[in-house]
Design a protein around this ligand. Structure first.
Ligand SMILES: *Cc1c(COP(=O)(O)O)cnc(C)c1O
Length: 473
């Protein structure tokens, strides 16, 4: 090996082996592994407010903020400036032995936003990683109690839930399609109970109270079946997002589940990756429930898509246990507390506060719900319209009385999404399917940005209704 020579900051052009590529982004032989390998998605080259702009100049109304991510829209220059400022200060430092002001500011903001109930935050880059960290923290917590309980290795979560896509988080969730081919290598310590899904699962002779009591009994029975002192935690989305389509918990449901956990000394992990950070009208979705989680995951709206970022918020009593115990979380990642991501998210969160956007989420959310009901309640194939804040879903059925879903082969939700992208409508709707049993059930989600307006809500509802009209008549 010769002497090290500093390289130029401009990397050399790659060697050309075939025909020169005029425009790499539009070449039919793309190098990107698309979600659908044989289908090239639209190429987004710009954004303005709630609109995405394609390379053909089509302006698409992003009625879902991607996956409930871009909650400030796509072009907030105040966030750009905060990112640039942090880049110029320091883009990266290693959390094993350094901290940085952006991570400190963001974490302080997050802890204060819970009234100190959660006393530390652990910042990572995706919702999946936050869920992994939550599970590892829960397991470690029980090894650090004055009387350690290492036998607590079982987790209970819910059917038709989504908690991420790595092997660990995929095992926690119950997204049947995403699990199927990996089922044999998924961890066997996760057990699934029913969702709180009144549209389909509450019986006609049940009240809210008796339905909730039945679900609490089911959780209790699962604890008993596994051995109550072997259960580490119960994991649930505070408001179920992608898999079922925006199903708020019934009053008293989460409280009843927490009571079961407390009875047996297990932790409550609330996954607010999608429903949190303001999406449902309060910064934390649990503020609208009578519960405080032991561990909480946040992600999508946290950085509004300006940077990849997620977090685990840790209840004070869990932090105290670790502090008195080994004093170190047996977990960590290279990009933990990334300065640029933290600066982006901190600015996003300050703007949500300064612009009073949570009030707008509540007001516009109510308006969105009202217009959806006015326009679509009478539609013969819209079975259920539900949501909270700016987080709404429409569930489709063949028959409203029997609630019979469409055949999965019709790929209805995806068809609605595709129709929405046509220039006639130019709206991006988030499709979901399999909510009922992993295969059946179609819904679309609407999740506009927190700074949306009345006029924009009217456009969203009008375009959505016309897309449904085209696909379902
Ligand atoms: C999206 C989502 C995840 C996974 O987050 P990624 O950022 O995609 O890894 C986890 N939990 C819930 C509830 C989600 O909606």
């Amino acid at each position: 090996m010769g002497d090290y020579k500093p390289t130029s900051t401009v990397s050399p052009a790659p060697a050309m082996t075939g025909k020169p590529i005029e425009n790499e982004a539009t070449d039919p032989q793309s190098a990107v592994l698309y979600r659908q390998l044989r289908q090239k998605p639209l190429n987004i080259v710009g954004g303005r407010g709630s609109y995405l702009i394609t390379d053909d100049g089509q302006e698409i109304l992003d009625a879902t903020c991607g996956a409930a991510v871009s909650c400030l829209g796509h072009s907030d220059e105040r966030v750009h400036a905060a990112i640039l400022d942090q880049l110029q200060k320091i883009p990266y430092c290693y959390s094993l032995y350094f901290t940085n002001s952006a991570a400190e500011d963001l974490s302080k903001f997050l802890v204060n936003s819970t009234g100190g109930k959660m006393s530390r935050s652990f910042i990572v880059s995706s919702g999946t990683e936050a869920v992994e960290a939550a599970v590892k923290m829960a397991i470690q917590y029980f090894t650090e109690l004055p009387t350690p309980q290492p036998q607590r290795i079982n987790l209970i979560s819910r059917q038709s839930s989504y908690h991420g896509n790595t092997l660990g988080s995929l095992a926690v969730g119950h997204h049947v399609a995403r699990r199927a081919i990996y089922e044999n290598i998924l961890s066997k310590n996760v057990h699934h109970v029913s969702q709180c899904y009144p549209y389909r699962n509450m019986q006609s002779n049940e009240t809210t109270e008796s339905y909730v009591a039945r679900l609490a009994q089911e959780l209790e029975d699962e604890f008993q079946r596994l051995g109550p002192d072997t259960v580490c935690a119960f994991v649930a989305e505070t408001m179920t997002g992608a898999t079922l389509g925006c199903v708020p918990a019934l009053p008293g449901y989460l409280k009843a589940m927490k009571v079961v956990c407390e009875r047996h000394g297990a932790l409550l992990i609330l996954d607010e990756v999608m429903s949190g950070m303001g999406r449902t009208g309060t910064l934390h979705a649990w503020e609208q429930e009578d519960v405080v989680p032991d561990l909480q995951t946040i992600a999508k709206g946290l950085g509004a898509g300006y940077a990849p970022i997620a977090g685990l918020l840790i209840n004070k009593h869990v932090v105290d246990t670790l502090t008195k115990g080994t004093g170190a979380f047996v977990h960590g990642q290279t990009y933990q507390g990334h300065p640029v991501s933290c600066a982006a998210a901190y600015k996003v969160q300050k703007l949500i506060q300064e612009d009073n956007l949570l009030a707008n989420v509540r007001a516009m959310g109510e308006y969105l719900g009202q217009l959806l009901h006015e326009r679509l309640d009478s539609h013969p194939h819209v079975g259920d319209i539900r949501g909270r804040g700016l987080f709404w879903a429409l569930e489709f059925v063949q028959d409203k009385t029997t609630k019979e879903p469409y055949s999965p082969s019709k790929t209805l939700a995806w068809t609605l999404h595709t129709a929405g992208l046509k220039p006639d409508y130019s709206i991006s709707l988030m499709p979901g399917n399999g909510g009922i049993d992993g295969k059946n059930g179609d819904h679309i989600i609407l999740a506009p940005p927190y700074n949306t307006t009345k006029a924009e809500i009217e456009t969203i509802v009008d375009r959505t209704a016309r897309v449904i009209q085209e696909v379902l008549g």
